[in-house]
Design a protein. Structure first.
Length: 254
């Protein structure tokens, strides 16, 4: 019986294959270029590809919940308490790899501003505890070093943990995961951390919740919005993996 599988050499020698391989090779060299401009261009290209790929996937599959925000809300209402639990679970885990603000806006656009705000608040507190306790469990708080200056900084943060964490959480310009991890690493007392976080995140959750209802749900379709979220998450993940690879390479050289 004759094989119907295409010849591998025929595929690899085709003009289309060579052109695609050349594009991938040039993109790889751009991404690892010492020039910041070239690296920036490569990440911009990657982000655009991720966005349009996700958008095309949604257009082709056309899932019912993403036909419009009203359809998404109806789907969540049909799920009942399960929909709320799923969202709280996601907002408890996903901020470890994606911006919390995007998830808060998603909750408001999906559930409405007030229910979304309540669910986002619950999920954010759970996420803060996860990050705080994870850093404690990994013993990162003991890696400040033994220098006098580092010890003084850590002691100052421990002594003024509540106002410092409250200020950082309320500022909304610092990554949520970074604040939670830094507080744990600096040895801030858990009670002070939770009191400051419980109050500090309220303004940003209120702002992003009403922003999600007023702007996102009116001017962006769910397909476009969730494509943007996928783009952001993939870009952050790729950047983190690249930095980790560079650190491992430098460590291996040493």
């Amino acid at each position: 019986m004759m094989s119907v599988m295409p010849d591998r050499n025929f595929i690899t020698s085709s003009p289309a294959y060579r052109y695609l391989a050349g594009l991938i090779d040039r993109y790889h060299r751009f991404m690892h270029s010492p020039s910041r401009l070239r690296r920036g261009i490569s990440f911009a290209v990657f982000s655009c590809i991720a966005f349009f790929a996700a958008l095309c996937l949604f257009q082709v599959t056309d899932p019912y919940p993403l036909k419009g925000w009203i359809y998404l809300r109806l789907t969540l209402e049909d799920l009942g308490i399960a929909g709320a639990i799923i969202f709280v679970f996601l907002i408890s885990i996903l901020p470890l790899i994606s911006p919390l603000s995007l998830l808060i806006i998603t909750g408001a656009a999906s559930f409405g501003p007030v229910p979304g705000m309540v669910l986002s608040y619950i999920g954010s507190l759970i996420n803060a505890n996860i990050a705080f306790l994870l850093v404690k469990a990994l013993g990162i708080e003991h890696r400040w070093g033994h220098e006098a200056r580092a010890a003084r900084i850590k002691e100052s943060i421990q002594r003024n943990g509540y106002p410092i964490v409250l200020l950082l959480q309320a500022a909304t310009i610092f990554p949520f995961i970074a604040i939670n991890s830094a507080a744990a690493a600096a040895g801030v007392d858990w009670k002070d951390f939770m009191k400051a976080t419980s109050l500090g995140i309220l303004p940003s959750i209120m702002i992003y919740s009403f922003l999600g209802e007023a702007l996102v749900s009116r001017f962006l379709s769910p397909q476009v919005y969730f494509s943007l979220i996928i783009m952001v998450v993939l870009t952050i993940f790729t950047t983190a993996m690249r930095k980790q690879k560079i650190r491992l390479r430098r460590k291996h050289i040493k």
